[in-house]
Design a protein around this ligand. Structure first.
Ligand SMILES: [Zn+2]
Length: 101
């Protein structure tokens, strides 16, 4: 069976929105090096394993607005470290790491 359009569809689904940018391998290494330089413990607080993967994207933590369900304009971009065993996420602010202005 031949699916001539399948690769294109897959590619489109995997393409991030314009405002999202996949971290380069160098940036992922930068996250790992920064965390290591701070003496961060590698043991997962949830499952005790110690293997982590750096997420492909930064996440954006929006400021809380009292009385509204809408997020505020201020945001705090963060890098994700995901436990390879249980998928627990650790977040580290991207600015001190040097990933954002
Ligand atoms: Zn874990």
């Amino acid at each position: 069976m031949h699916y001539p359009h399948a690769p294109n569809r897959l590619q489109q689904r995997g393409t991030p929105a314009p405002d999202q940018r996949r971290l380069t391998q160098a940036e992922k290494d930068q996250v790992g090096d920064w965390v290591a330089s701070k003496g961060v413990h590698n043991t997962c607080p949830v499952c005790d394993h110690n293997t982590w993967a750096v997420g492909d994207y930064l996440v954006q933590n929006a400021a809380y607005v009292p009385g509204s369900s809408k997020p505020g304009r201020a945001s705090y971009p963060a890098a994700m470290l995901m436990c390879s065993n249980c998928a627990y996420l650790r977040l580290f602010m991207a600015a001190p790491i040097g990933l954002v202005e």
